[in-house]
Design a protein around this ligand. Structure first.
Ligand code: GAL
Length: 745
């Protein structure tokens, strides 16, 4: 019999306070709120709230039954993420504590379990910003929220079981490749034991290679290395073809499999060099954005589908090749998806500018260990961030974090994000935030690396942030600002591409995010994203999305809301058009105004520079007609965009991400509601009140009546776990209601 994993995300009991009495098995929690995981301890409004509102100590209780067939086994509880400090009890017995909200932890329950009876797991969750736990101790520009915000499982194993496996693809660029695995085994039997361990690699049902080894287990924890050599016909993992293979490790006793540990990995070579980044030996300019894992109302507490969707947005909508998980290890669902779709990841330990005392630093080192142990099999992760984001140099601390990372994983390089010049380079890659662009008196877009590093030679160098607070921009800001915001992103991408000594650049940031009052626009939002908190694009999003071959995605996105008087002095020029077409033609009321070409002179590094039309005729109140923009490739019309001169609020457009959701778990999907004109264009200055009525096995996240924000808004629904049909009616007082149905199976 192999291991059994039992998800326990349903039917938790939650109290927004904690008392010692709650620990006792005899305590009656009937009056607690019934909740499902993932859960945020206190939902927050969209903006202008007091961030202290979720910073308190709460209690989670879970009743469960385990039948006596599990007797003689070892039972563990695995928490994937609890913000920020947890103390865990089973049936009144204290099991242990965990400091830090971004990494997983486990406790053994075996001794306290009551078989065929009621067991109570009680978790005290401290979501205050405790100075003793990273990232806290000073201010931080994001919120950490609270609660048991990731999944929890029971794990049933034998006395001897596989703790972890680190699969290391080797000889990657050779014809015959190798898979080496470090297998970590726990022996809780207190006896010497002889087993066979088997490593296997498969592509679907086809087993490509296998090897076994007899092992003698003497100690509580032992590590064994197995290698499968001469692997032929293995396809590389790459951004355009993210081939994954199934790795399984079995423990075998007397011919019986007693434990199996399986996961996916890929064969790829990632190297940051002084002359750029190489993926599988090929030069690749990294083009990425930073992602915070937060969502409106529920903070971090979003299940798999929303995490997967974020990765898909970055890859398929923004056409990025990299993401930085600023500033902490993110959901396993997000990382799994990055593996599946070929999105490179720079993952880093939790922290922001501040370094605490020795015991704080020890927790940070522990966070590095937990991050690497959890994530070392993701082919998408190509760099470990082992420095507190933007902290000062600290020789001893960062010597330790680098040593830990290198000892645990010799296959990946380390980075450490700083903003200071001449910083001590203890990492393999000089990763640095460059906010020069827009600084007073600064003419450069990105600074040359030797000026930043203070070193005479070039080193592997990656820009990990730019723009952000230098030019915060709301999706519903004035058009000239939106235009400038977008072009700043293009400009950095172009400069990064032109400098052979830069591996690439990762901008600040993908999505707007909730933050503390010391940051952002005062309303607890940093409007630094190229998309808003609902993942609805600003024009700057198209600076990224247009950098893709037209065969993959045809882009024609003019930076205009098309009105006569939105911009100073009237009109729409200079008109920026993000496109991957060869040229565009502009028609004023069907009359051809001209053909225009990409601005290679100003954006020489871009494969698909924006087209910028400097002058368009017309005066205030006059010559205002319908507009047509046509994109051409090799002289052929391939895409058209129309605008009308006199938009009227005509209908609500409703886009649903998923029409089919999963029963048996908390599932979510996003619905984007837009007010549109006669030809379906979003109209940006309408704050229409919208009401969403919902029936069936789901609830809305956030309130059911709200104004659109600059013409549109997103809303997520979350399922209750049951099957059935969800019916949504989206109403506004001025236009017809829209009905949509989503099935839960
Ligand atoms: C950086 C920081 C980010 C964010 C950004 C805003 O200094 O690392 O977390 O605050 O500034 O531009």
């Amino acid at each position: 019999m192999s291991r059994t994993m039992i998800p326990i995300n349903h039917d938790w009991k939650y109290s927004p306070e904690f008392k010692e009495a709650f620990i006792l098995n005899t305590f009656d929690d009937n009056h607690f709120e019934a909740i499902m995981l993932p859960h945020m301890n206190q939902e927050i409004p969209y903006n202008y709230f007091d961030e202290k509102m979720y910073q308190f100590i709460s209690c989670y209780r879970k009743h469960f039954n385990l039948d006596s067939t599990h007797k003689g086994k070892r039972i563990f509880v695995d928490f994937e993420g609890v913000m920020t400090y947890a103390k865990v009890y089973l049936n009144g017995h204290y099991l242990g504590e965990h400091k830090g909200g971004y990494t997983p932890f486990s406790f053994e329950l075996t001794e306290q379990i009551i078989y065929d009876g009621d067991n109570t797991l009680t978790v005290m969750v401290d979501s205050t910003e405790r100075d003793d736990i990273p990232p806290f101790g000073h201010v931080i520009d994001y919120l950490t929220y609270g609660g048991i915000y990731r999944e929890v499982n029971l794990r049933v194993v034998d006395d001897i079981f596989i703790e972890n496996v680190f699969a290391k693809p080797k000889d990657i660029l050779q014809l015959e490749k190798q898979l080496q695995a470090e297998v970590f085994i726990s022996n809780l039997s207190e006896k010497e034991q002889i087993y066979t361990v088997q490593l296997e690699i498969a592509n679907g049902d086809e087993i490509l290679g296998t090897i076994e080894k007899d092992i003698t287990l003497k100690n509580k924890k032992e590590t064994f290395i197995l290698s499968i050599k001469n692997l032929k016909d293995i396809k590389l993992w790459d951004i355009n073809e993210p081939n994954l293979y199934q790795v399984s490790v079995h423990l075998i006793l007397n011919g019986q499999k007693t434990d199996t540990y399986s996961f996916k990995t890929g064969f790829r070579m990632a190297e940051f060099t002084p002359n750029g980044f190489l993926l599988n030996g090929r030069k690749l300019k990294l083009r990425g954005l930073n992602r915070h894992q937060s969502f409106p109302y529920v903070g971090y507490a979003m299940p798999k589908r929303a995490q997967v969707k974020d990765a898909d947005i970055l890859k398929d909508e923004l056409h990025l090749n990299m993401v930085r998980t600023s500033h902490y290890p993110q959901s396993k669902h997000f990382l799994n998806r990055c593996d599946e779709i070929g999105l490179l990841v720079f993952e880093e330990l939790p922290g922001w500018q501040h370094i605490g005392d020795k015991s704080w630093q020890q927790i940070a080192c522990q966070n590095v260990i937990e991050m690497i142990q959890r994530d070392f099999n993701h082919p998408s992760i190509v760099l470990w961030g082992v420095r507190i984001n933007e902290s000062e140099d600290n020789h001893d601390f960062y010597t330790d974090t680098n040593r830990i990372a290198h000892e645990m994983d010799e296959t990946r390089q380390t980075g450490g994000v700083r903003f200071i010049n001449d910083s001590e380079l203890l990492e393999d890659v000089y990763t640095v935030n460059d906010f020069a662009y827009g600084e007073k008196g600064e003419t450069r877009v990105l600074r040359p690396q030797q000026e930043v590093t203070g070193l005479k030679q070039n080193v592997p160098y990656l820009n990990t942030e730019y723009n952000g607070h230098m030019y915060p921009t709301k999706r519903f800001d004035q058009e000239e600002r939106l235009n400038e915001h977008a072009l700043r992103h293009s400009n950095v991408l172009s400069h990064s591409a032109l400098d052979p000594h830069k591996c690439g650049a990762i901008g600040w940031c993908a999505f707007d995010y909730n933050t503390h009052y010391q940051f952002g626009s005062g309303d607890r939002i940093c409007y630094h994203g190229v998309m808003d908190m609902f993942r609805i694009p600003k024009f700057a999003a198209y600076a990224y999305s247009s950098q893709v071959a037209p065969e993959v995605d045809l882009i024609l996105e003019p930076v205009t809301i098309y009105s006569r008087g939105e911009r100073a002095i009237a009109g729409i020029a200079p008109l920026t058009i993000f496109t991957n077409c060869d040229s565009i033609q502009l028609y004023d009321d069907q009359k051809l105004l001209g053909e225009y070409y990409p601005s290679y002179e100003n954006y020489a590094g871009l494969e698909y520079p924006p087209i910028i039309i400097e002058k368009l005729v017309g005066t205030w109140g006059m010559d205002w007609n319908d507009l047509k923009i046509v994109g051409l490739i090799k002289g052929q019309e391939v895409i058209t965009k129309n605008y009308i001169k006199n938009p009227i609020f005509t209908q609500l457009s409703v886009e649903v991400d998923d029409f089919e959701l999963n029963a048996g778990e908390m599932d979510v999907t996003r619905i984007v509601i837009k007010a549109v004109d006669q030809i379906g264009h979003m109209i940006p200055f309408i704050d229409e009140i919208v009401t969403v009525d919902i029936e069936g096995p789901a609830k809305l996240i956030g309130s059911s009546t709200f104004p659109l924000i600059g013409g549109c808004r997103g809303v997520w629904i979350k399922t209750t776990g049951e099957q059935g049909m969800i019916k949504l009616v989206i109403r506004s007082s001025r236009v017809d209601s829209v009905v949509v149905e989503v099935v839960v199976k």
